[in-house]
Design a binder for this molecule. Structure first.
Ligand code: 5AD
Ligand code: SF4
Length: 399
């Protein structure tokens, strides 16, 4: 290879967590590709390594920390020469472009400062809200070395969503809102992703149209709680957004994630039933079947209300119904657990993601004693999982 030939820089992106993180990683990958990078699935060959993390449960964080730790050895090996075209092991440091190892996403915000101290090889730490600045930060580190930490909570620039890149060539996820202002007591999301912020309806529709121009016909609208899309000054609410997306001729299927039971309405169900383009699928996290625990979680509904909502959905939409359940929340007695078992039987979810509670630093629930012993959490988890497996006839996926 000719020394003068420009070798494209490579970016490696590893994503943990939810669909929102998947979409953020796509947007970031799009930005890098637009700026001449190619993707690699081998971190050893990458100029930029980004680890997009989740903080929702302790278990997720443990895996992420261990992955970040494993990058330490790579950080010292064969970095790219400044005169592009050659890669040599350990030349003089001044002729090297620093490799960027970035911790981004929810755990960056939750534990960035602590990880910065423990892992000197991590030279970029960026909160979810500042991910639109990643490329700029990477370029600065490549030029000047050093480390950048940005844990700001702000609205991302609209440009963040502009570069096309979708893992699935026929399906795109479109973010309608970021953050969350609901404050369920167990949940770290509001403190890591910031308060609820809505993208403009016209920007959302433009993104759907850009996808359509790429030949994409299936769209998922994403928000921590899509129903909270109701405070926009334009008066456009979530159902309007669904309608705007479904009205685009070439779009064949629209679905959405996630719906909070406290403000999911039969108006939404009627719209779902009436539009052949809306996928007949609803993810409606119940979290618990016990009124006492629902109250302690600050969920804003009671079990009877959830049951009514689920019955309305089944009746009006006749679609798939899935849920999230947390077992072992502080104060959960056997009686409370049996209330959850009972509601799972009554509703007959098509699928359920079942989690053992873990306290998240800074949340209201973290101040309560985590008083359900681990062995008991495991028993309840296994029992509920077995029940759900029977209900969904083995058709259960893991989160
Ligand atoms: N412990 C266990 N599970 C949790 N979830 C959110 N926070 C916690 C926590 N502290 C679960 C909820 C949520 C899903 C994304 O993760 O069920 O709906
Ligand atoms: Fe997604 Fe919540 Fe995990 Fe953040 S903490 S990646 S919002 S599931």
């Amino acid at each position: 290879m000719n020394n003068k030939e420009v070798v494209k820089k490579k970016v490696f992106v590893r994503t943990f967590g939810c669909q929102m993180n998947d979409r953020d990683s796509e947007a970031i990958t799009g930005l890098f590709r637009q700026n001449g990078y190619t993707l690699t699935d081998d971190p050893k060959t990458a100029d930029v390594i980004l680890v997009n993390t989740c903080s929702v449960r302790e278990h997720a964080e443990e895996r992420e920390i261990s992955f970040l730790g494993s990058l330490k050895k790579i950080s010292r090996e064969g970095r790219r020469m400044k005169d592009e075209g050659r890669e040599k092991l350990i030349p003089h440091p001044s002729s090297l472009i620093p490799r960027v190892i970035g911790l981004i996403g929810c755990m960056a915000k939750a534990r960035g400062q602590e990880i910065a101290k423990q892992m000197p090889h991590v030279n970029l730490i960026c909160s979810p809200a500042s991910e639109d600045r990643i490329l700029e930060y990477v370029e600065k580190i490549q030029k000047d070395g050093g480390r950048i930490i940005d844990l700001e909570d702000r609205q991302r620039d609209e440009e963040f969503y502009q570069a096309p890149f979708n893992i699935d060539a026929n399906h795109a996820q479109v973010v309608i809102s970021t953050g969350c202002s609901n404050h369920c007591t167990y949940c770290i999301v509001p403190s890591v992703r910031g308060e609820l912020r809505l993208r403009k309806p016209e920007d959302i529709v433009d993104e759907v149209k850009r996808n359509m121009d790429l030949g994409i016909t299936r769209i998922t609208l994403l928000g921590q709680n899509v129903n909270d899309y109701c405070f926009h000054p334009s008066n456009v609410n979530f159902i309007d957004l669904l309608k705007m997306a479904a009205d685009i001729n070439e779009i064949e299927e629209v679905d959405f994630m996630t719906s909070h039971p406290k403000n999911t309405s039969s108006e939404l169900f009627n719209f779902m039933a009436g539009s052949h383009k809306i996928k007949k699928q609803l993810h409606l996290p119940i979290q618990s079947g016990s009124d006492k625990i629902l109250k302690a979680m600050n969920r804003g509904y009671r079990r009877e209300q959830y049951l009514k909502l689920a019955a309305d959905y089944r009746h009006i939409v006749e679609g798939i119904l899935g849920t999230d359940i947390i077992i072992g929340f502080p104060g959960e007695s056997e009686r409370d657990f049996l209330d959850t078992v009972d509601i799972v039987k009554t509703v007959g979810f098509n699928y359920a993601y079942i989690f053992m509670y873990s306290p998240r630093p800074g949340t209201a629930a973290a101040k309560l004693a985590d008083d359900v012993p681990l062995a008991e959490k495991k028993r309840r988890h296994a029992e509920l999982l077995a029940l759900q497996k029977k209900i969904s006839k083995g058709n259960i996926t893991k989160y």
